[in-house]
Design a protein around this ligand. Sequence first.
Ligand code: 13P
Ligand code: SF4
Length: 373
Amino acid sequence: MLRLQLPLPERYTSATSDELATRVRAAKETLGDSLFILGHHYQRDEVMAFADARGDSFQLSRLAQGRPEARTIVFCGVHFMAESADILTGDDQAVILPDLNAGCSMADMADLDSVEEAWDVLGEVVDTERVVPITYMNSSAALKAFVGRNGGAVCTSTNARAVLEWALGRGRWADDGPRGEQVLFFPDQHLGRNTGYAMGFTEADMAVWDPRREQGGLTEAELKERTFLLWRGHCSVHQRFSPDHVAAFRAEHPDGLVVAHPECSHEVCAVADAVGSTDFIVRYVDEAPPGATIAVGTEIHLVNRLDAETPDKTVVSLDPLVCPCSTMFRIDLPHLAWVLENLVEGRVVNQITVDADTAEWAKVALERMLAIT
Ligand code: 13P
Ligand code: SF4
């Protein structure tokens, strides 16, 4: 059901940042241990200042699951993350997203109808018993449930390789044999492609399924022979980075380092010094030698925070004109103050709930991921 974010009362929209920070602090104090605030690395600094824990989407899903004593989890991130937290937490816990408009344009690129249609069309050409559906965490609970029902798993940018190795019976799972011979990977083609390359596959093993075209725009031979069927989805923040940005940075900083998120295109990842999730990027910067200049291909709030928090290194965006993730940016102090002050008054606003049937199967897919990693 589509729920729209209500406009906030004036006492939130007209308050200064200092006033709001004081009110958020007071509400947090009142709520004590019954409240747990999670902050994704892409959140604004003024919101992150109140997060009890920070992390990437994988860490946050684990952290949400590991706090059964918290009555309320306020998730400063985007909708699919709050849904996953609701699925992984107890029935007596409420998960709140401070602004209901904080979605993810990539997650919206694959919906249940189009994935089910793709699965049926695929089933006319290949035996889908031998295809493992894998969904990136950045997807709706309905898609996670689809994957759970069909023998697949969720992955995040931290564990995509482990999950794909599990699916194809490689690496640690080589002795178990393959669960399938092909994977249908959605919604981010780049994470699927970059991970496939890292596992030793080549472009010849991959094909892009375009949901707007008949049979995904692929021939029967491609559907039968390609190991990776990659959904045509992308993140508009990460797709902006280009190899030209890497070349320009290297020309200016010959000793500089480049680290990119795997949602960037393969052309960027191929010329970066390192590729990994937001948590990997945080560790990469931390472990870089003092004095290093590091260009980072990810969302600007994390890049700026890393620069501020590591004064002995210079951390810059790989694209000098990069824009923020507009949906992550929706979570701000007025919305945080609004949800917390309502909680203090005994009202739960903006609760994210997943219906029981969807939650049951999505949990299967999420727990498979947690067991694999
Ligand atoms: P992480 O899995 O690195 O947290 O990434 C989530 C995300 O939305 C990146 O765009
Ligand atoms: Fe979605 Fe991209 Fe924003 Fe991540 S950065 S939440 S993938 S739109």
